[in-house]
Ligand binder design. Structure first.
Ligand SMILES: [Zn+2]
Length: 299
């Protein structure tokens, strides 16, 4: 009887020790800089278009590919950075300024998974860029998994994780069918809006999805159709990336810049800074290749 009792107490001590070790390791991974490696977010300089490269140690992901006019420079930039394979390519929505460069990327670089979101027939573009994208996807479909993320999804990306939010409404604008996704890495998070406008922002706010982020890729090139006050308050970023260039729409609009500035959010604009990279060790964020841009006043 006594032996049995001491065996039970030895087992409970062992169980407790294992539990402490497991919790301790998880806590360490979350709390100590360096434990989760480095994550970098690079805003490529593609004019009034979007192309973002995200790297986590040996893993690489592209969110959009810029327009057709910068396709060669996007491929060159990826190759200069030594990237010969992409874990993921996220196609936020099929406007030319987001998909135009992707056929060239697919032709030059191995892609494991492509994430896209189905859009209603009435909003499907009838453009050369869209036709070229469809042809490029057909050409790689034997070696690349092409995933419809209309219902959302979670994808591991090294020590980071990518969450794609489901489509929560039906919309009149193709922009509002943009994939909105959030990357978490250690204690830091990064929210990418594509060209989502106010209608999609409102649905996301209602959804209760986790929207807070340290870095916000501002929706729709800084257009006033996006980045509403309630949405910005919810996300509450410290850094805002605006991918913009010469355009006839007035992007980025003053209202958006004012809203960001009044919240003391550091604004990084590709038209002012060219290519910019923000890196994270899971704990602190650093701005690279844009030392002068660290002050909000610079924007
Ligand atoms: Zn766009």
């Amino acid at each position: 009887m006594k032996d049995k009792r001491s065996l039970i107490s030895v087992l409970s001590i062992l169980a407790a020790a294992v539990l402490v070790a497991v919790i301790g390791r998880a806590w360490l991974a979350l709390s100590v800089p360096g434990q989760v490696g480095t994550l970098s977010v690079t805003m490529l300089d593609v004019g009034n278009a979007d192309c973002f490269l995200i790297r986590q140690d040996a893993h690489a992901m592209l969110i959009d590919g810029g327009g057709p006019d910068t396709a060669a420079s996007v491929v060159q930039t990826l190759q200069n950075k030594g990237i010969d394979s992409l874990d993921l390519v996220v196609i936020t929505h099929p406007h030319a300024d987001h998909i135009g460069g992707l056929p060239a990327v697919f032709g030059a670089i191995t892609v494991k998974q492509v994430l896209f979101q189905a859009v209603p027939d009435a909003l499907t573009p009838d453009t050369p860029s869209y036709a070229a994208l469809q042809a490029a996807l057909r050409a790689i479909r034997d070696r690349t998994e092409i995933v419809d993320v209309t219902d959302g999804g979670t994808f591991s990306f090294g020590t980071a994780e990518l969450t794609v939010f489901p489509v929560y409404g039906s919309y009149e604008e193709l922009n509002d069918y943009s994939i909105v996704c959030r990357i978490t890495h250690g204690l830091r998070s990064f929210l990418f809006m594509g060209d989502a406008e106010g209608a999609e922002e409102a649905r996301l706010l209602e959804s209760g999805e986790p929207l807070t982020a340290d870095l916000l890729k501002v929706g729709h090139h800084g257009s006033r159709s996006s980045t509403g006050r309630a949405f910005l308050q919810k996300v509450s970023p410290s850094i805002a990336l605006i991918s913009c260039g010469e355009n006839d729409y007035g992007h980025p609009h003053e209202q958006v810049l004012d809203a960001l500035t009044s919240r003391r959010i550091t604004i990084l604009r590709s038209d002012r800074l060219g290519m910019v990279t923000v890196t994270s060790d899971g704990y602190s964020l650093q701005i690279e290749e844009a030392a002068d841009a660290a002050l909000p006043d610079a924007a």
